[in-house]
Structure formats: structure tokens, C-alpha cells
Design a protein around this ligand. Structure first.
Ligand code: ARG
Ligand code: ZN
Length: 882
């Protein structure tokens, strides 16, 4: 059966209202019986079509005031294509539907399933229909009462949304708990957990005085790894009150850590469910990056309580309404509790590496898509990260105060409702007296706009003219793109790097006193008068719009900006632009990194005024994915040579500064401290060591430089995972085979019982640029420690390998066949995870023709499989049709 495509334009409001739902779960070892009692009310004529997937219907009863209770037989309803259809229903009625499901056999990790001995759920987007028959769409909101019955010893904790209103002991070693959620919610926010778990507790008092019990559940013995998540939660609750006036609205807030989880985490009302990797931390198992993602994801899911739960989605095409907005909120939170400048740098790096390639790839889609085969495929960097950039641009247009006013208006207007991105834009613009009609094109058109920068100086008129030209992806899907409204935050610098004051009649200032140009036409020229000399423009400060800037400025100007701009983001951005330029020159045959750059890098390394975190950001080269964006076609060996040549020249030129800096950083007294400063120091240490590793060895692969000894010392002596993993990654990505084997073995022996840490062991091997990587990955999927059903293990090994541009796309190897075989097999069990692996092909259009046809052959072969899920089918079809 060909899956049907769903269109935004076909949206129809639901035909029935669910006034209340009463769910009863009887949890057994080989099946679960779900009894669903709903009261419904008709809103328009027509039959009732309830969604249900893989359910075994045991009985169906209808209760009406006129005819009482009727047991329905096969002639009273139809079951068609994952729907239960009832005709001729009265105005008001109740249904009692008893179904049986088998969570124990549910490998899709969607709906109700088992992770180890724990029952848990994942309903977003359409998993609730795997639990019971329902109008499984976000605009059907109702109040829930949930009763759970299970064995008392195996499942002492029985959890669901809202307040626990009742519990009792039943006979035969079983017990029962009843939960009631006072807030109406869509079915995707339903959750249930049953298991034998450890817990940590804490309390939070909201501004208006509500006492909230906070609980984090994890496997017994692992509670001590949950304190960082707990403190992140408390920080988030406070921040949301202060920054957005959002208070928590229940008496308890629970988080459960689950080992087998398709995504990162889920914002179920009052009962968030998390992938363990985003909860568990202590310095011996978690890196600084882990600490930071835990903090931001705990915040993200908590923030959904207002942006997503209280105000929810009308339909899934609006997904960015909650995700873009909530990512924006978690980014702002991380900026406020950490280092704002570094946060922006990281967020933009990730946007460029992941979203820009998606937006240029075969499955590019707008932030508000117009059609789909599978809703699950909407969980993309475009919906999340680009969506967040759209919100950020709105905040630039309104200023922070104006944005807050708009958010207040949004909550006032739409609390308790299911709405659209248009409703959001209207709520923000109307209280700020702005017109967002052109701005909203950002939701409708896909592709990263390119902005060409041309400037000239007229010394007679003392005028500086800056021309900005947009160009937007023109394809079959988007034949006539219209110009975007693009906010350009900017400044002008003189030759010494001093900021020039801009007169108010030439630029506008938002309420944050930032100078902003509004680029609204395809091409515009902005004139700056009374300029005594040609200024240097600092454009798109703070990355004020998700665009690619094409600017052929002289290297000296970029170096001035890199050293002097007052906008930290642009200082680092100019460094990136310089590196990209040099890397491109090296790929085109140049042999030398410009001396002027090497001189500046030496100064940066020695500069005591630059803090470690920012220095590390300056010394981080563009990722392969970013370099690839500047190329027409991927040439794996040219890319490798350029990248290695660049780093070797930096290492040789700056050797003494790098060595001095490393020794100095290694002296730092804190080895396991968790703080923004410590993160910066460790990150810089890792960067310096990586660059030092590129020093040429006088005797081939010995250790005449002594760098191998430094790396091994860091690996074997450090007490924290950040330092150890950084060193391990360098060893694995080196020619020192003996040292590499020994370290990998040492790591395995230490952590083989800890599935979460093994993710790192898989990932460092899959990301190595050494030629043995493909063989090793093939070995690792057979390794007894590799859990082939666990999404974390799959992502760490396979997704990491798929992102390893140098190895995965090596024309001499058959990685595509291997990878697509893996996807096809996995798809039969877990379509969501299989489909996510397809992201490795986003760079399809950059591949050389031979690689492209090699890949297409494999893709077409897999598409012949008629039982392929709609998730994977949609993405591979996109690729085949590109
Ligand atoms: N809403 C969850 C989050 O914030 C993600 C749910 C993922 N669901 C999925 N089908 N992939 O971020
Ligand atoms: Zn989210």
C-alpha cells in the first residue's frame, strides 16, 4: 500500500470534542489491557474516525442517554487502514474501548514499550494511537484520568501525568495508582512509566507560592548521577519566571531516565521522559559537552510546559511553533547562565554544520512544511534550529522588551489553545506595531539565502556605499522565491578597529540600541555619509540572520575585525572566514598559509586578555561540513590534504606558543570543576593538543616531538572524562597504532559495564579519519558490547560514521552499501531511528558524479523493499528524486 501524503492545505478542524478520557492499564508480563472510556460530543456531521495502530480490539461499548449501554458487534463499526470508524453517532455519547497491546514486542520505541524491565511511553508525534483508539491529533485536547495496575514488587513506581489522587493494594501482589491531570492536553503529551527505580527529590517554590515536589527517577544506584540535572531544573524554573513570567502549574514535576529512547527527551505534562544520556552525569563519565547538553535539554523540556503544552499546536505542520520557540528559549537560558558569546558561537556552528546542509540537501523543507508522508521526519534541524533563528530575528526586530510584550500577549491570547505559527507572528507583531507579512516568508521558503556584499568608497563625497544582494534557492519546489526581510545588525570600524558612531538617519536602532539595517528587496544599497576614509563593515553581528555571507573583503580587513571588533561573535566569525579562504586556496594548489595569519595566531595564543573559552573558539577550524559548503564538489583527498596541511603549518609556526600554553593550562588546579571557566580551559587544552599532534615527526611515526607522550599522559592521568576523551580521540585518530590499541582497550575494560560510556568508545572510533575506520566500524556492529536495538549505540556508531566525511565518502570503499543495508534491516524494527540515519546523505548534491550514482543504486535497491516504513521511504525517495 502506497503511503498517502498529507497536506497542510487540507487541514479540517476535528468533528468531535473529547470531553474527558478515563484510561485503565492492566500491565502484565506478556501483554497489556487498555480500557479507554471517553465522553464525546459531536461538533459537525459525519462519522467518528479514531486512530489506532497494531491494536487488538477486545470489546467496544456505546453508552447514550436514550438507549443506555450497547455492546457493539462487528456490523456496528469498521476497522480500515489504522482507523476505527463509527457511523450514525448521536450528539453526545460515551465509548468504552478495550484493547490489548504487546509493549514487550514493541521495538519501534513508540507508544508503550519496555526498556529493560521498565514500561514507558513515547507518544509524540503519533504514538498514542499505538496505545488506544483516539483522535490522535494535537488539536484534540482533553482531561485525563489514568489508572495503572501492576505487580507491586516488579513495578513499585506507577507514574503518569498530573496529581496522584489515589493508590491501593490489590490482591495477588498487585497494586493500583490513579493519576489525574487537571490541565487539558493533546494525546502526544500523555505518559506512563512503571518500574522499580531509584529517585532523588528536591523542592521548588514558585513566585506565587506554589510548593512543587521535584523528582528524578533513574535505575537504582545511579541516583547520584542525577544531581546536575536537578540543579539544571531548578535554574530553569527560576529563569522562566524571571525572563518570561512563566510559572509552573502542577504540584509535582517528574523526570524519568530511560536507556532505550529514540530521541533526546520528551516534555510530557508533569512527567518528562529522558534519554539517560541527557540526565546522567558525574565528571568521571560525562564530558563538559554532556554537562552542557544536560543543562540545556532539561531546560528545553521544562520550557515546553508553556511553549508547547499550555499553548499547543493546531497540526504537525506547526511543529516549529513549539520547537523553534523552545530552542530559542533554551539557547537564551544557556546564554544567561553561561557565557553568552560562546553560546552564540556554538549554536551557530551547529546550525551551519547541520541545518545549512539539510537546507541545501535532497530533503530540504521550509520551517513550516506544507506536506509530508511521515510526521516523524519533521524532527529536523530546520524545524528546531532554523525555527529558533526565526524567533531570534523577531526579537531583533522588536528588541528584547518588545519581544517580552509579544510573548505575554501570545500567552494571554492563546493559553489552553492549539494554534499556528501565524498566530504566533501576529501576537508578537501586533503589540509592537510591526508588519510581519514579508517576514513570514521565512516560514514558507526553504534554503539558506546567500547575501553578496559589495561596497565602495567615494572619497570626493566622503560617502561609503554598502550593497547587499540576496539570492534564494530557485528549484522546482520553489520556482519563484520572493525576497526575505533580513535584519542586519552592523557596525563600522576605522582602520585601527575603532567603532565609528552611526548617525540615526542612516540606520535604525532597535530598543536594545543595536544598529540594524532592514534588507527587504533583492538588492539594496545603504549609504553612509561623512566618512573621512573607507570604513570596515562588521556585518550580521551576533549572526543576526541565518544566511550565508559572500564577501570578498581584503585579508587585512578581516584580520582587523578578527582582532578588534567589539562583537565577539564576529571576531570569531572573521577568523572562520579567513580559515575557509586559506583552506580553499590550499585545495586549489596554494602551498602556504599566509604569514600575516600565522602572526596573528601566535599573538592570539599568547594574549593573556583573551579568556580560554574564547581562545579555543578562535583556534577551532571550520568543520568538514562547513568547508564542504564552500565547495562545489567533494574531493576527499584534496579536503584531507588541505585540512592537514593547514594544521601542520599552524603547529610548526606556533610550536613554542602552543607548548607553553599547554603546560600552563595543564597546571590548572581544578581537574574536575564544573564551571564555564573550567569548560573553557579544558576545551582550549584539547585544541592545543590536537594542533600539536600535527607537528611532523622527524622519524615518521615515532615520538621525537614528545607530543604522543603528552597525549598519553593526559589520557592515563586525568581524572575527568573531558580530558580523557579528548586524548583518546587524538590517539585513535593517529598513526600510533600500538598506543591507540592500548588506550581503546584500557577504556573498554574500565567502562564495559556502562552502556552510556560505551557510546563514547564507539563514537571515537567511528569518527577517526584514519583509513582503518570503515573496517573497524564493520567489526564494531558485530561486537558483543554493541546493543543493536539501542538508539544511542546506533547513533554513536553509525550516525557518527555517516558524518565522517573523509572516510564515509571515500570513493575506494563501499560504505554506502554497508550503511543502507544497515538502515534497511533496522527499518523493519525501528523506523524512526532508521530514518534519522538518512541524514548522512544531506550532502548528496556535493558528491562527485560517480559517488552519486553509486549511492543512488543502493538507494533504489532499498526502495524496492515494499515493507519499508513511510519514514525511511520518504527520505530515500527525496534523495532518489533530487
Ligand atoms: N518534543 C520532543 C522535544 O523536544 C521531541 C520528540 C521527538 N519525537 C520524535 N518522534 N522524534 O524536543
Ligand atoms: Zn522540544
Amino acid at each position: 500500500m502506497e503511503p498517502t501524503r498529507v497536506y497542510l492545505k487540507d487541514y479540517q478542524p476535528p468533528g468531535f470534542e473529547v470531553k474527558h478520557i478515563d484510561l485503565h492499564f492492566d500491565l502484565r508480563e506478556d501483554f497489556v489491557v487498555v480500557t479507554n472510556q471517553m465522553s464525546l460530543r459531536r461538533l459537525k456531521t459525519g462519522s467518528l474516525e479514531l486512530d489506532g495502530v497494531q491494536l487488538k480490539l477486545r470489546s467496544l461499548e456505546l453508552r447514550t442517554t436514550s438507549s443506555g449501554v450497547q455492546l457493539l458487534g462487528a456490523s456496528d463499526y469498521r476497522i480500515e487502514k489504522d482507523k476505527l470508524i463509527l457511523d450514525h453517532l448521536p450528539e453526545e455519547f460515551e465509548l468504552k474501548i478495550v484493547t490489548e497491546i504487546k509493549p514487550q514486542e514493541n521495538a519501534s520505541l513508540e507508544g508503550l514499550y519496555k526498556s529493560g524491565s521498565i514500561f514507558c511511553t513515547q507518544c509524540e508525534a503519533q504514538g498514542f494511537r499505538k496505545i488506544t483508539y483516539f483522535l490522535d491529533r494535537p488539536d484534540v485536547m482533553t482531561s485525563y484520568t489514568v489508572t495503572i495496575e501492576a505487580d507491586e514488587r516488579k513495578y513499585p513506581q506507577l507514574l503518569s501525568n498530573g496529581d496522584k489522587i489515589h493508590q491501593k493494594i490489590l490482591g495477588e501482589g498487585r497494586h493500583q495508582v490513579v493519576w489525574r491531570d487537571p490541565h487539558k492536553k493533546p494525546s502526544y503529551l500523555f505518559a506512563l512509566v512503571a518500574g522499580d527505580l531509584g529517585v532523588i527529590q528536591d523542592h521548588y517554590k514558585t513566585t506565587s507560592g506554589r510548593e512543587v515536589l521535584l523528582e528524578i527517577f533513574a535505575p537504582h544506584g545511579q541516583q547520584s548521577r542525577c544531581y546536575h540535572a536537578m540543579s539544571s531544573l531548578k535554574k530553569s524554573m527560576k529563569w522562566d519566571e524571571e525572563r518570561f513570567g512563566c510559572e509552573y502549574d502542577l504540584n509535582n514535576f517528574m523526570i524519568v531516565a530511560i536507556d532505550d529512547f529514540n530521541g533526546g527527551a520528551m516534555e510530557n505534562k508533569g512527567l518528562n521522559i529522558f534519554n539517560s544520556r541527557l540526565i546522567m552525569a558525574d565528571p568521571t563519565i560525562a564530558t563538559d559537552a554532556d554537562y552542557r547538553s544536560i543543562e540545556s535539554v532539561v531546560a528545553h523540556e521544562y520550557f515546553h510546559n508553556w511553549t508547547g503544552n499550555r499553548v499547543t499546536l493546531r497540526d504537525w505542520f506547526q511543529l516549529s511553533l513549539k520547537e523553534g520557540l523552545t530552542v530559542f528559549r533554551d539557547q537564551e537560558f544557556s546564554a544567561d547562565v553561561g557565557d553568552r558569546g560562546l553560546q552564540r558561537i556554538e549554536d551557530v556552528d551547529s546550525l551551519r554544520s547541520r541545518q545549512f546542509s539539510e537546507d541545501a540537501g535532497p530533503n530540504a523543507h521550509p520551517v513550516r512544511p506544507e506536506s509530508c508522508l511521515s510526521v516523524d521526519n519533521f524532527y529536523t534541524a530546520t524545524i528546531y534550529e532554523k525555527g529558533a533563528e526565526l524567533i531570534r530575528m523577531m526579537q531583533i526586530l522588536t528588541g528584547r522588551l518588545g519581544f517580552r510584550k509579544g510573548m505575554d500577549n501570545y500567552f494571554n491570547k492563546f493559553d489552553g489553545q492549539a494554534v499556528t505559527t501565524d498566530d504566533f507572528a501576529q501576537a508578537i507583531s501586533e503589540v509592537n506595531g510591526l508588519d510581519f507579512s514579508q517576514f513570514k516568508l521565512w516560514y514558507q521558503q526553504f534554503g539558506t539565502p546567500k547575501i553578496e556584499v559589495l561596497d565602495e568608497y567615494d572619497s570626493n563625497r566622503e560617502e561609503y556605499r554598502l550593497t547587499l544582494k540576496q539570492s534564494i534557492a530557485k528549484t522546482e519546489k520553489q520556482p519563484e522565491p520572493r525576497p526575505f526581510h533580513i535584519p542586519v545588525l552592523l557596525g563600522l570600524l576605522d582602520r585601527q578597529g575603532k567603532e565609528i558612531t552611526l548617525p540615526a538617519d542612516e540606520v535604525s536602532f532597535n530598543t536594545d540600541q543595536e544598529a540594524v539595517l532592514h534588507l527587504k528587496r533583492m538588492e539594496e544599497t545603504f549609504v553612509f555619509k561623512h566618512q573621512k576614509a573607507k570604513p570596515i563593515p562588521s556585518l550580521f553581528r551576533e549572526f543576526s540572520a541565518p544566511v550565508e555571507v559572500l564577501w570578498e573583503a581584503p585579508l587585512e580587513d578581516l584580520l582587523v575585525l578578527m582582532q578588534k571588533d567589539r562583537d565577539g561573535f564576529n571576531r570569531r566569525e572573521m577568523a572562520q572566514q579567513i580559515y575557509l579562504r586559506v583552506l580553499n586556496d590550499l585545495m586549489k594548489g596554494a602551498s602556504k598559509v599566509p604569514a600575516s595569519l600565522l602572526k596573528v595566531l601566535k599573538e592570539v595564543l599568547q594574549d593573556q586578555k583573551i579568556d580560554a573559552g574564547f581562545k579555543a573558539a578562535l583556534m577551532t577550524w571550520p568543520s568538514d561540513a562547513m568547508i564542504l559548503q564552500t565547495l562545489k564538489t567533494l574531493d576527499v583527498s584534496a579536503l584531507r590534504l588541505a585540512r592537514e596541511g593547514f594544521q601542520t603549518q599552524v603547529a610548526v609556526a606556533c610550536e613554542s606558543q602552543l607548548r607553553a600554553l599547554y603546560l600552563d593550562l595543564h597546571k590548572e588546579p581544578f581537574l574536575t570543576e564544573i564551571s564555564t571557566r573550567a569548560f573553557g580551559v579544558r576545551n582550549l587544552k584539547a585544541r592545543v593538543l590536537a594542533i600539536l599532534q600535527s607537528l611532523p615527526e622527524s622519524d615518521g611515526n615515532g615520538d621525537s616531538s614528545g607530543v604522543l607522550a603528552l597525549i598519553e599522559t593526559q589520557y592515563y592521568q586525568s581524572k575527568n572524562m573531558t580530558d580523557r576523551l579528548a586524548a583518546l580521540a587524538l590517539l585513535v585518530d593517529s598513526k600510533h597504532v600500538t598506543a591507540k590499541r592500548a588506550a581503546l582497550e584500557n577504556f573498554r575494560l574500565e567502562f564495559e559495564k556502562d552502556s552510556l560510556v560505551l557510546n563514547k568508545w564507539f563514537a571515537v572510533q567511528a569518527q577517526s579519519s584514519q583509513d582503518e575506520t570503515y573496517d573497524e566500524v564493520q567489526g564494531l556492529i558485530q561486537h558483543p558490547l554493541f546493543q543493536g536495538q539501542n538508539p544511542n549505540h546506533i547513533y554513536s556508531l553509525m550516525r557518527t560514521f555517516g558524518n565522517n566525511i573523509l572516510q564515509f565518502h571515500d570513493p575506494a570503499k563501499d560504505c554506502y552499501r554497508f550503511y543502507l543495508d544497515f538502515i534497511e534491516k533496522l527499518d523493519a524494527k525501528n523506523p524512526q531511528v532508521a530514518a534519522r540515519l538518512c541524514g548522512a546523505f544531506n550532502l548528496f548534491k556535493k558528491l562527485a558524479p560517480e559517488s552519486r550514482s553509486k549511492l543512488l543504486n543502493e538507494v533504489r535497491r532499498v526502495l524496492m523493499n515494499t515493507s519499508l516504513s513511510r519514514n525511511t521511504r520518504e527520505l530515500l525517495q527525496g534523495l532518489a528524486e533530487a
